[in-house]
Design a protein around this ligand. Structure first.
Ligand code: FES
Length: 107
């Protein structure tokens, strides 16, 4: 499997990040100029980084308990994640046919 593209749609356009299995999206954003402003607590507690997963969910690791609790407290829908907690799966399943994740800031 080649690099995984993460298309992050935000207020000023769409940024495409190149990722590998097990990468943390937070680390990828930190490496890009101007994206650190997307985050505040970085620990699944403030909810400022809510994203909607538009496609590629199967490439992402499942949310941990803290993330699930915060999303529930915020009343977020089933296709939402906290960007600061999103990681690519370390072992993509064999059923994956696409190598792109599409995320949109906000829900
Ligand atoms: S930055 Fe606070 S929940 Fe992600």
């Amino acid at each position: 499997m080649g690099p995984i593209q993460i298309a992050l749609q935000h207020n000023e356009g769409t940024l495409v990040l190149s990722a590998a299995p097990a990468d943390r999206v937070l680390d990828l954003c930190d490496a890009e100029e101007g994206l650190t402003a997307l985050f505040s607590c970085r620990s699944a507690s403030c909810g400022v980084c809510v994203v909607t997963v538009e496609s590629g969910e199967s490439l992402l690791s499942a949310p941990e308990e803290a993330e699930r609790e915060t999303l529930e407290l915020l009343g977020c829908g089933p296709n939402t994640r906290l960007l600061c907690q999103v990681c690519l799966r370390s072992q993509p399943t064999k059923t994956i046919t696409q190598a792109e994740v599409r995320l949109r800031l906000g829900e």
